[in-house]
Ligand binder design. Structure first.
Ligand code: KG4
Ligand code: ZN
Length: 341
C-alpha cells in the first residue's frame, strides 16, 4: 500500500471533483467536471439539476482521479469529503459516495468543511507561517479568519447578507454578462473606468469592524442602471463593471488590511473563487506590501471549487485521527470550523 494518500471528494455546488493528494501537500491528480455550461442558460446554479449531474459524474470523476494518480482504492489511507456548507442535495451525493466507499473499503472518512478547504488550497502550494489572517471570498462566503495553525481558526467577521461572489454573479446577470459573473465582470472591467460611478462601500472607515455587506452595493448598481434607462441615457457596461469591481475590491482590501494590522500578522492568505480576481490580488498585495506583509494565494485552478483542497484539509483531520462515522450527514449551513478558538 502506498502511504498517506487521501482521496478528496467535492460536490457542494456546481463542480463534481475528485483528487488524490499525498500527505496533504502533493497533488497526484485533481479532476473537475464543471457544470457551468449546464447552469449557464438559467443564469445561476439550479440545485436539483446540480444534484442529478453530481450523481451522474461522481463515480467517473473518482475513477479518473485514481487513474491519473496511478493508484487503486486499496492504496488510500482515507476518504475526505465536503459535508457542508453548500447545497444539501449536491452535498449528499458526495457524502453518500464517501460513506459507501469507506464502508466497502474499510477506510476512515474525513468530514471537511468547505470554507476550510478553500483556506487549505494555500497549504498545497505555500509553506504558510502562522499566525496568519485569511480572507475567504467565494460565491457563498465572505469571511475573515485568524489562523493559528493549519486547522485552528477564529472567525473575525463575515458578510451580513450576500457574499462577494454572489454580488459579482447578480450584477453580471443584470449587465447581461452571463454566468459565472466573476470572470465576466473582471474581463469587462478591463476596458472600463473604475471611477465612472460611485457605488457604496459598506462599513468603510470603521475600525474594529470586520463585517461585510454586499446587498446594498448590488441594489445600488441595479438602481443606477434603472434610473439611467428611465432617463433614456446610455452607459458603458465596462464602466459599470469596473466601478462595481472597484467597490468590492476596496472594501475587501480595507477590511483585510485592518485585520492584518490588528492581529499583527506577517502573512495574509486569500482563498475562494473570488480570489481568482486579478484586481483583488494585485491591489491587496500592494496594500499589504506597503505595511511589510506578504499575500499568498493559490493558483487559479485551486481558487474555485476543486477536490485537491478537500484532500489537503482532510489530511489535518487524518493526522488528528478525527474520523467521521457512517452516520455522517450533509450540513447545508455549517458556520463553525472544526476548531474555533
Ligand atoms: O469558491 P467557488 O468556486 O464556489 C463557492 O464556494 O461559492 O466560488 C465561485 C464564485 C462565483 O461567485 C464566481 O463568480 C466567483 O467565485 N469568481 C470570481 C472570479 N472567478 C470566480 N469573482 C471575481 N473575479 C473572478 N475572476
Ligand atoms: Zn467554494
Amino acid at each position: 500500500m502506498k502511504k498517506n494518500l487521501i482521496l478528496g471528494i467535492e460536490t457542494s455546488c456546481d463542480e463534481t471533483a475528485a483528487a488524490v493528494v499525498a500527505a496533504g501537500k502533493t497533488v497526484l491528480s485533481s479532476i473537475i467536471a464543471s457544470q457551468i455550461p449546464i447552469h449557464e442558460k438559467y443564469g445561476g446554479v439550479v440545485p436539483e439539476i446540480a444534484s442529478r449531474h453530481h450523481l451522474e459524474m461522481v463515480n467517473e470523476v473518482i475513477a479518473e482521479a485514481l487513474l491519473q494518480a496511478n493508484c487503486s482504492f486499496a492504496d488510500l489511507s482515507a476518504i475526505a469529503v465536503t459535508h457542508g456548507p453548500g447545497l444539501v442535495g449536491a452535498l449528499l451525493v458526495g457524502v453518500n459516495t464517501a460513506k459507501t466507499l469507506a464502508y466497502a473499503l474499510k477506510k476512515p472518512i474525513l468530514a471537511v468543511n468547505h470554507i476550510f478547504s478553500h483556506i487549505a488550497a494555500n497549504f498545497l502550494v505555500h509553506e504558510v507561517r502562522f499566525p496568519a489572517v485569511c480572507l475567504v471570498v467565494s460565491g457563498g462566503h465572505t469571511s475573515l479568519f485568524y489562523l493559528t495553525s493549519r486547522s485552528e481558526a477564529a472567525l473575525l467577521g463575515a458578510t451580513r447578507d450576500d457574499a462577494a461572489g454572489e454580488a459579482f454573479d447578480k450584477v453580471a446577470r443584470v449587465l447581461g454578462l452571463g454566468y459565472p459573473g466573476g470572470p465576466a465582470i473582471e474581463k469587462a472591467a478591463e476596458a472600463g473606468d473604475a471611477g465612472a460611478f460611485t457605488f457604496p462601500r459598506a462599513f468603510a472607515g470603521q475600525d474594529d469592524n470586520y463585517e461585510f455587506s454586499f446587498s446594498g452595493l448590488k441594489s445600488a448598481v441595479i438602481n443606477t442602471l434603472h434610473n439611467l434607462k428611465q432617463k433614456g441615457q446610455t452607459y458603458r457596461t465596462a464602466d459599470v463593471a469596473a466601478s462595481f469591481q472597484q467597490a468590492v475590491v476596496d472594501i475587501l482590501v480595507e477590511k483585510t488590511c485592518l485585520a492584518a494590522e490588528a492581529k499583527q500578522v506577517k502573512t495574509v492568505l486569500l482563498a475562494g473563487g473570488v480570489a481568482a480576481n486579478g484586481a483583488l490580488r494585485q491591489q491587496l498585495e500592494q496594500a499589504l506590501a506597503a505595511a511589510g506583509r506578504t499575500l499568498l494565494y493559490p493558483p487559479l485552478e485551486l481558487c474555485t471549487d476543486n477536490a485537491a483542497m478537500v484532500a489537503a484539509a482532510g489530511w489535518d483531520l487524518y493526522l488528528q485521527q478525527k474520523f467521521a462515522g457512517l452516520d455522517l450527514n450533509a450540513v447545508p449551513v455549517l458556520d463553525n470550523l472544526w476548531q474555533v478558538k
